[in-house]
Design a protein around this ligand. Structure first.
Ligand code: HEM
Length: 218
C-alpha cells in the first residue's frame, strides 16, 4: 500500500475539526431557536429553520473532509472503518472512538431528517435528541484527540462552544412556549403530507345525475 503523508493532511484534519466544532455549535443553537419557535416579522420561523438545515449540511461537508484527511494520512493508523466503528483505531483508540460515536449519531440524525415526511414525527423527534449526545461526544473527542484543542485559542474555543451550547440547552427547556409542545416547524421546501380522501358509501352514484331534458322551445 502507498504511504501518503504530508503535514498538509494533518493541518487539514486539525483545521476542519475546529471548523466542524464551530459549525455544530451554531447548528445546535439554531435548533433550539427552531424548537422554541423563535421568529416573527423580521426573520420568520421558516427562515430560521432553513438556516439550521443548510448550516447542518455545510457542517456535514466539513466533517466529511475531516474524516477523509484523517483516513488518507498514513502517519496515523486510522482507517475508514474507524470512522464508523468505535475502538477500531490503533491511533488514540478511545478519543477517535468518541469521534466515531458522534459521527454515527449524526448520521442517524441526518438520515432521519431526510426521511422526515416518511417516518412518524415521534420517531424523528426521538432520533433528533441524539444531536445533543453527538455534540457532547464530539467535543470530548476534539479535546482529547486534538493538537490545538489543549491550549491557547483552541482550548478557549472548545470551552466557548461547550458553554454556549449548555446555555442554549438550558434556554431550550426553560424558554419553550407551551404552544410549541409537540410540534416543530416543517420546512417550506417540504410538501406537507396529503390527507387521505374520505371513502364514499357504496350507494353513492359514480356519475352525477343528468339534468332532465328540457321540453321547451329550442
Ligand atoms: C462529529 C464528529 C467530529 C467532530 C465535531 C470532530 C472534531 C474534532 C476537533 C475539534 C478536533 C481537534 C482539532 C485540533 O485541535 O487539532 C479533532 C481532531 C481529530 N479528529 Fe475529529 N471530529 C469528529 C469526528 C471524527 C472522526 C469520525 C474521526 C475518525 C476518522 C476523527 C479524527 C480526528 C483525528 C485523528 C484528530 C486529531 C488531529 C490532530 O492530530 O490534531 N474525528 N476532531
Amino acid at each position: 500500500m502507498i504511504a501518503l503523508t504530508t503535514p498538509y493532511l494533518w493541518f487539514a484534519t486539525r483545521a476542519t475539526g475546529i471548523v466542524v466544532m464551530l459549525l455544530f455549535t451554531a447548528v445546535v443553537a439554531l435548533g433550539t431557536l427552531v424548537a422554541n419557535r423563535v421568529g416573527g416579522t423580521f426573520i420568520g420561523r421558516f427562515e430560521v429553520n432553513e438556516v439550521h438545515r443548510s448550516l447542518s449540511m455545510v457542517a456535514m461537508f466539513f466533517l466529511a473532509i475531516h474524516i477523509v484527511t484523517t483516513v488518507l494520512d498514513s502517519f496515523v493508523s486510522t482507517g475508514l472503518i474507524s470512522a464508523f466503528i468505535p475502538m477500531t483505531s490503533t491511533y488514540k483508540r478511545v478519543p477517535v472512538a468518541l469521534g466515531a460515536v458522534a459521527f454515527d449519531l449524526l448520521l442517524a440524525v441526518w438520515i432521519s431528517s431526510l426521511l422526515k415526511l416518511r417516518i412518524k414525527n415521534q420517531s424523528w423527534r426521538f432520533i433528533h435528541w441524539f444531536s445533543w449526545l453527538a455534540f457532547a461526544t464530539s467535543l470530548v473527542h476534539g479535546y482529547l484527540t486534538g493538537t490545538d484543542a489543549h491550549k491557547g485559542i483552541g482550548m478557549l474555543l472548545v470551552a466557548g462552544c461547550a458553554g454556549f451550547v449548555a446555555l442554549a440547552g438550558i434556554w431550550r427547556f426553560l424558554g419553550r412556549p407551551t404552544r410549541a409542545a409537540g410540534r416543530t416547524a416543517l420546512s417550506p421546501l417540504a410538501s406537507p403530507p396529503v390527507p387521505p380522501r374520505p371513502r364514499l358509501p357504496e350507494s353513492f352514484p359514480k356519475t352525477p345525475p343528468r339534468p332532465p331534458a328540457s321540453r321547451g322551445r329550442r
